[in-house]
Write a new protein. Structure first.
Length: 190
Protein backbone atom coordinates (compact mmCIF):
# COMPACT_ATOMS: atom_id res chain seq x y z
CA UNK A 1 0.00 0.00 0.00
CA UNK A 2 2.75 2.31 0.58
CA UNK A 3 3.67 3.95 -0.75
CA UNK A 4 4.60 3.93 -2.16
CA UNK A 5 4.70 6.16 -5.63
CA UNK A 6 7.16 8.74 -4.68
CA UNK A 7 10.17 7.81 -6.75
CA UNK A 8 8.05 7.43 -9.86
CA UNK A 9 6.92 10.99 -9.66
CA UNK A 10 10.51 12.13 -9.42
CA UNK A 11 11.52 9.81 -12.21
CA UNK A 12 8.75 11.24 -14.36
CA UNK A 13 9.53 14.86 -13.51
CA UNK A 14 11.53 15.62 -16.61
CA UNK A 15 11.31 19.35 -15.95
CA UNK A 16 12.78 19.21 -12.45
CA UNK A 17 16.36 20.40 -12.24
CA UNK A 18 18.20 17.81 -10.17
CA UNK A 19 21.87 17.23 -10.92
CA UNK A 20 22.19 14.04 -8.82
CA UNK A 21 20.23 11.91 -6.41
CA UNK A 22 18.61 14.01 -3.71
CA UNK A 23 16.86 12.91 -0.57
CA UNK A 24 13.25 13.91 0.14
CA UNK A 25 11.37 13.00 3.29
CA UNK A 26 7.61 12.49 3.54
CA UNK A 27 5.54 15.20 5.17
CA UNK A 28 3.49 13.07 7.60
CA UNK A 29 0.85 15.78 8.00
CA UNK A 30 0.01 15.70 4.28
CA UNK A 31 0.54 12.04 3.32
CA UNK A 32 -2.26 9.49 3.37
CA UNK A 33 -2.99 5.98 2.18
CA UNK A 34 -6.71 5.33 1.78
CA UNK A 35 -8.00 1.82 1.15
CA UNK A 36 -11.46 0.53 0.30
CA UNK A 37 -13.21 -2.79 -0.16
CA UNK A 38 -16.69 -4.08 -0.93
CA UNK A 39 -18.60 -5.23 2.15
CA UNK A 40 -21.01 -8.05 1.25
CA UNK A 41 -22.21 -6.15 -1.82
CA UNK A 42 -23.96 -3.59 0.41
CA UNK A 43 -21.35 -0.87 0.74
CA UNK A 44 -17.84 0.29 0.07
CA UNK A 45 -15.92 0.51 3.34
CA UNK A 46 -12.89 2.78 3.77
CA UNK A 47 -9.84 2.93 6.01
CA UNK A 48 -6.69 4.98 6.12
CA UNK A 49 -3.09 5.30 7.22
CA UNK A 50 -1.70 8.77 7.94
CA UNK A 51 1.23 10.29 9.80
CA UNK A 52 3.79 7.82 8.44
CA UNK A 53 7.41 8.36 7.46
CA UNK A 54 9.56 7.54 4.50
CA UNK A 55 12.12 8.83 2.06
CA UNK A 56 12.72 9.19 -1.66
CA UNK A 57 16.05 9.26 -3.46
CA UNK A 58 15.86 10.59 -7.03
CA UNK A 59 18.57 10.47 -9.69
CA UNK A 60 17.82 12.81 -12.63
CA UNK A 61 20.45 11.21 -14.88
CA UNK A 62 19.33 7.66 -14.16
CA UNK A 63 15.68 7.68 -12.96
CA UNK A 64 15.59 3.88 -12.80
CA UNK A 65 18.17 4.14 -10.00
CA UNK A 66 15.80 6.24 -7.88
CA UNK A 67 14.15 4.66 -4.87
CA UNK A 68 11.43 5.02 -2.26
CA UNK A 69 10.92 3.45 1.14
CA UNK A 70 7.97 3.90 3.50
CA UNK A 71 6.94 2.25 6.75
CA UNK A 72 4.26 2.57 9.42
CA UNK A 73 2.90 0.59 12.37
CA UNK A 74 -0.12 -1.50 11.35
CA UNK A 75 -1.76 -0.25 14.57
CA UNK A 76 -1.77 3.29 13.12
CA UNK A 77 -4.63 2.24 10.82
CA UNK A 78 -7.74 4.43 11.03
CA UNK A 79 -11.14 2.89 10.25
CA UNK A 80 -13.56 5.41 11.74
CA UNK A 81 -15.13 2.77 13.95
CA UNK A 82 -13.36 1.43 17.02
CA UNK A 83 -14.98 -2.02 16.91
CA UNK A 84 -13.90 -2.56 13.26
CA UNK A 85 -10.35 -1.49 14.08
CA UNK A 86 -10.33 -3.91 17.00
CA UNK A 87 -11.51 -6.69 14.68
CA UNK A 88 -8.76 -5.87 12.13
CA UNK A 89 -6.12 -6.08 14.87
CA UNK A 90 -7.54 -9.40 16.16
CA UNK A 91 -6.38 -12.92 15.17
CA UNK A 92 -9.07 -12.88 12.41
CA UNK A 93 -6.83 -10.49 10.48
CA UNK A 94 -3.52 -8.95 11.61
CA UNK A 95 -3.24 -10.30 15.17
CA UNK A 96 -1.17 -7.14 15.53
CA UNK A 97 1.00 -5.75 18.25
CA UNK A 98 2.39 -2.23 18.48
CA UNK A 99 5.71 -3.26 16.86
CA UNK A 100 4.27 -4.78 13.68
CA UNK A 101 5.10 -2.66 10.64
CA UNK A 102 3.74 -2.23 7.13
CA UNK A 103 6.53 -1.33 4.71
CA UNK A 104 7.15 -0.69 1.03
CA UNK A 105 10.60 -0.64 -0.59
CA UNK A 106 10.87 0.04 -4.32
CA UNK A 107 12.71 -2.42 -6.55
CA UNK A 108 12.23 -0.77 -9.95
CA UNK A 109 10.79 2.23 -11.79
CA UNK A 110 9.36 2.36 -15.29
CA UNK A 111 8.68 5.88 -16.58
CA UNK A 112 5.47 5.82 -18.63
CA UNK A 113 4.91 9.50 -19.47
CA UNK A 114 5.91 13.08 -18.69
CA UNK A 115 4.49 12.90 -15.15
CA UNK A 116 3.70 9.20 -14.72
CA UNK A 117 5.53 6.01 -13.84
CA UNK A 118 5.03 2.49 -12.57
CA UNK A 119 6.86 1.74 -9.33
CA UNK A 120 7.46 -1.90 -8.51
CA UNK A 121 8.35 -2.73 -4.94
CA UNK A 122 8.19 -5.16 -2.06
CA UNK A 123 5.19 -4.62 0.20
CA UNK A 124 5.42 -6.30 3.59
CA UNK A 125 2.04 -6.62 5.26
CA UNK A 126 1.05 -9.11 7.96
CA UNK A 127 4.57 -10.61 7.88
CA UNK A 128 4.14 -11.49 4.18
CA UNK A 129 6.21 -9.80 1.46
CA UNK A 130 4.86 -9.58 -2.10
CA UNK A 131 5.80 -7.55 -5.15
CA UNK A 132 3.25 -4.84 -6.03
CA UNK A 133 3.09 -2.17 -8.74
CA UNK A 134 1.99 1.39 -8.05
CA UNK A 135 0.57 3.51 -10.87
CA UNK A 136 2.05 6.88 -9.88
CA UNK A 137 1.65 10.49 -10.98
CA UNK A 138 3.71 13.55 -10.09
CA UNK A 139 1.29 16.35 -9.16
CA UNK A 140 3.97 19.04 -8.93
CA UNK A 141 7.52 19.69 -7.80
CA UNK A 142 8.42 23.23 -6.77
CA UNK A 143 9.38 25.46 -3.87
CA UNK A 144 6.59 25.20 -1.30
CA UNK A 145 4.89 28.63 -1.07
CA UNK A 146 4.64 28.48 2.73
CA UNK A 147 7.75 26.49 3.71
CA UNK A 148 10.12 28.11 1.21
CA UNK A 149 11.88 24.82 0.39
CA UNK A 150 11.48 22.32 -2.47
CA UNK A 151 8.50 19.96 -2.14
CA UNK A 152 6.99 17.37 -4.44
CA UNK A 153 3.50 15.89 -4.42
CA UNK A 154 2.36 12.55 -5.81
CA UNK A 155 -0.72 10.39 -6.20
CA UNK A 156 -0.70 6.65 -6.85
CA UNK A 157 -3.10 3.73 -7.00
CA UNK A 158 -2.89 -0.04 -6.83
CA UNK A 159 -5.07 -3.04 -6.07
CA UNK A 160 -4.12 -5.66 -3.49
CA UNK A 161 -5.60 -9.07 -2.75
CA UNK A 162 -6.13 -9.76 0.95
CA UNK A 163 -5.52 -13.47 0.44
CA UNK A 164 -2.00 -12.71 -0.87
CA UNK A 165 -1.16 -11.42 2.63
CA UNK A 166 -2.98 -14.09 4.68
CA UNK A 167 -5.79 -11.63 5.45
CA UNK A 168 -8.56 -13.39 3.50
CA UNK A 169 -11.10 -13.84 6.31
CA UNK A 170 -14.69 -13.77 4.94
CA UNK A 171 -13.57 -13.65 1.27
CA UNK A 172 -15.19 -13.63 -1.22
CA UNK A 173 -18.23 -12.22 0.60
CA UNK A 174 -16.10 -9.33 1.82
CA UNK A 175 -14.08 -8.61 -1.30
CA UNK A 176 -10.63 -10.07 -1.61
CA UNK A 177 -9.64 -7.05 -3.71
CA UNK A 178 -8.68 -3.88 -1.85
CA UNK A 179 -8.35 -0.60 -3.75
CA UNK A 180 -5.50 1.60 -2.53
CA UNK A 181 -5.18 5.34 -3.16
CA UNK A 182 -2.04 7.16 -2.06
CA UNK A 183 -1.43 10.91 -1.88
CA UNK A 184 1.76 12.31 -0.41
CA UNK A 185 3.91 15.39 -0.09
CA UNK A 186 7.67 15.15 0.37
CA UNK A 187 10.16 17.83 1.41
CA UNK A 188 13.74 18.07 0.23
CA UNK A 189 15.97 16.99 3.12
CA UNK A 190 18.37 19.53 4.59
Amino acid sequence: MKTFLLAAGFAAASTAAFAEAEKYTLDPSHSQIVFSYNHLGFSTTYGMFSGFGGEIMFDQDNPAASSVSVSMPVTSMITGWEARLGHFMSPDFFDANADEMVSFVSTGIEVTGDNTALITGDLTLNDVTKSVVLDAKLNQAMVHPMAGVPFAGFDATTELKRTDFDLGQFAPFVSDEVQVMISIEAQKAE
